[in-house]
Design a protein around this ligand. Structure first.
Ligand SMILES: C[S@@+](CC[C@H](N)C(=O)[O-])C[C@H]1O[C@@H](n2cnc3c(N)ncnc32)[C@H](O)[C@@H]1O
Length: 242
């Protein structure tokens, strides 16, 4: 540990990277050491991010985050993914423009405005990762998903966080309330499995079915991993024992 500390200090690398041992989540050490712009996440999210995003580290991903606030999470993503990553931040507050730099584009607009989202589709490269950490209202999360999920790269990741608002009246949610994002997403589980619907399979399989590999639910977070899918194929091996 001491040797790594000295090497990092000599090479000018940030200490937080030196402290992150192989088994440690670098986002945890980043958070521990961060003194820059304010970032506000839930502790349990760090494990989820690292689980689904680690494969992009050092590989210059395109990341779109809805919800910039004080710009701290964009700083976190830059440090986590490396200097080659291309960041796009969306916020409704014009003041967030201040967080733009040569590798970070800030777009001002309302994530519930489908025309604005259509412009994003037109103007932005297909993101490898989209994080919805915006207003957390039902209509915002649903519009953002419907308009931008198809635009995510074929092997990309869509992450919507703070799903607890699906249970909160003041955000348009409520327990098992029709129209909450959680209820909306439960229908996507059926769609993921549309290959197996009896009777109407031809019409049931849609673009979501064909482009989605897995839905991962955590407390307050849904992660959907994309992949070009084929109809399920049975594979058998070995002898049947009587
Ligand atoms: C939770 S904060 C984002 C925090 C930031 N990602 C971080 O981790 O530090 C939510 C942000 O969403 C923005 N927001 C709220 N409603 C929005 C909307 N309809 N469209 C776009 N952004 C919105 C707010 O202005 C606020 O900056």
């Amino acid at each position: 540990m001491l040797l790594r500390f000295v090497k990092a200090a000599l090479s000018g690398r940030k200490l937080q990277h030196a402290r992150a041992g192989p088994a440690e989540n670098p986002l945890v050490s980043w958070y521990r050491d961060h003194t820059g712009r304010s970032v506000h996440k839930v502790y349990g999210y760090l494990e989820i991010y690292h689980r689904h995003f680690a494969r992009y580290r050092g590989r210059s991903p395109v990341l779109l985050e809805i919800g910039v606030n004080f710009g701290g999470s964009l700083q976190m993503w830059r440090d986590y993914f490396g200097p080659g990553c291309r960041l796009y931040g969306v916020d409704i507050e014009p003041g967030c423009k201040a967080f733009a730099d040569e590798a970070t584009t800030i777009l001002i607009g309302d994530q519930a405005d489908r025309d604005f989202l259509a412009r994003l589709r037109k103007d932005l490269p297909r993101p490898d990762i989209l994080i919805d950490d915006g207003g957390h209202r039902m209509e915002q999360q649903i519009a953002t998903f419907e308009e931008l999920y198809p635009h995510i790269a074929d092997d990309g990741v869509y992450l919507c966080e703070d799903l607890h608002t699906s249970y909160w009246d003041r955000f348009g949610g409520g327990y098992r309330k029709d129209g909450s994002f959680v209820e909306f997403s439960k229908r996507l589980i059926d769609q993921l499995n549309a290959w197996h619907w009896e009777g109407e399979q031809e019409s049931a399989v849609n673009e979501f079915t064909r482009t989605s590999h897995g839905m991962h639910y955590y407390p307050s977070v849904l992660v959907i991993e994309k992949r070009r899918m084929q109809p399920p194929k049975q594979i058998k091996a070995g002898r049947s024992m009587l």
